[in-house]
Design a protein around this ligand. Structure first.
Ligand SMILES: Nc1nc2c(ncn2[C@@H]2O[C@H](COP(=O)(O)OP(=O)(O)OP(=O)(O)O)[C@@H](O)[C@H]2O)c(=O)[nH]1
Ligand SMILES: [Mg+2]
Length: 271
């Protein structure tokens, strides 16, 4: 399926009207993991974008074999942030979901994320620390660093989030573009959260269960990337314009108040 098919199909049959969904998956040397992910993407997702310009293990070949309609974005500059931004720029859905290619995030959770967007939120962030969430991939060092960085962000931004550095999220595409992201590495997750707060987006957290990556090497270095997250928190808080809304609105908004709050499901096969 090409991205160009989305709009005409929706216009042709008004009964099918509901928010279309793009999934963006950054991947670097995930040939042994990406099939597991792609096979589990719910059928109601309209567009799957894999961003990969650096793999040397045949990740894209596997992706195209499992999902022939996958949209491939070649991004040759390194960094998860760079890859995600390239994928976001290519996305055409009303909603955009980001998740990893290593099998650590269950694509079945896309349903809860998009249903929460349907309620009127702009940004739905997965949380491993809400009741119903969890992680079997948290070292002591990562857990400690995550908790301290979260505490700092909650104090500086006057929020009470349960999670900061986690890459399973969903957005209204218009709200996502308004964040004007420029992060290069793993700190992009922090930039998304802090800019969403500063822009006054309607934010919700939903529980998410993180699994260990299925195989292969992590691209994250706890200390180096922790420092990048810390610098991002401070920069976004102290060098950004005055907050439009310091405390995000966390209560649900009635369905239908915003565009794109329509019924589901409709499958990719129907396009
Ligand atoms: N395209 C692209 N993808 C990347 C790059 N760096 C990381 N990724 C992808 O971003 C996602 C998250 O990276 P991971 O290495 O799993 O980082 P992590 O989840 O903190 O580490 P683990 O817990 O060991 O999995 C994975 O799907 C990676 O393949 C990059 O430079 N380019
Ligand atoms: Mg991972």
């Amino acid at each position: 399926m090409s991205t160009a098919q989305l709009q005409p199909t929706r216009r042709e049959d008004p009964r099918n009207r509901r928010a279309s969904i793009s999934v963006v998956i950054p991947a670097k040397n995930e040939a042994r993991n990406i099939a597991w992910v792609l096979e589990r993407i719910p059928a109601f997702v309209d567009e799957i974008i894999v961003v990969d310009g650096l793999s040397t293990d045949g990740t894209l070949e596997v992706a195209k074999m499992i999902a022939p309609d996958v949209v491939v974005v070649h991004e040759t500059q390194p960094g998860k942030g760079t890859a995600l931004r390239a994928g976001f720029a290519a996305a055409r859905g009303d909603y955009v979901v980001m998740l990893d290619a290593d099998g650590s995030m269950d694509p079945a959770e896309i349903t809860m994320m998009t249903e929460t967007l349907d309620q009127g939120y702009d940004f739905v962030k997965g949380s491993r620390f809400l009741a119903g969430g969890g992680s079997t991939d948290m070292t002591w060092l990562r857990g400690f660093g995550n908790a301290r960085l979260l505490d700092l962000a909650n104090v500086l931004f006057r929020t009470s989030f349960s999670e900061l550095c986690y890459g399973y999220c969903a957005f209204r595409r218009r709200a996502l573009y308004g964040l004007e992201l420029d992060a290069v590495g793993f700190e992009i997750e922090t930039q998304i959260v802090t800019r969403s707060i500063m822009r006054g987006l309607r934010i919700a957290e939903v529980p998410s269960n993180e699994l260990p990556r299925r195989s292969g090497e992590s691209n994250l270095h706890a200390f180096r990337d922790g420092v990048r997250v810390l610098r991002t928190i401070l920069r976004e808080r102290f060098s950004a314009p005055t907050p439009t809304q310091a405390t995000p609105r966390l209560e649900p908004i009635p369905v239908g108040e915003l565009d794109g709050a329509e019924e589901r499901p409709r499958s990719r096969a129907a396009l």
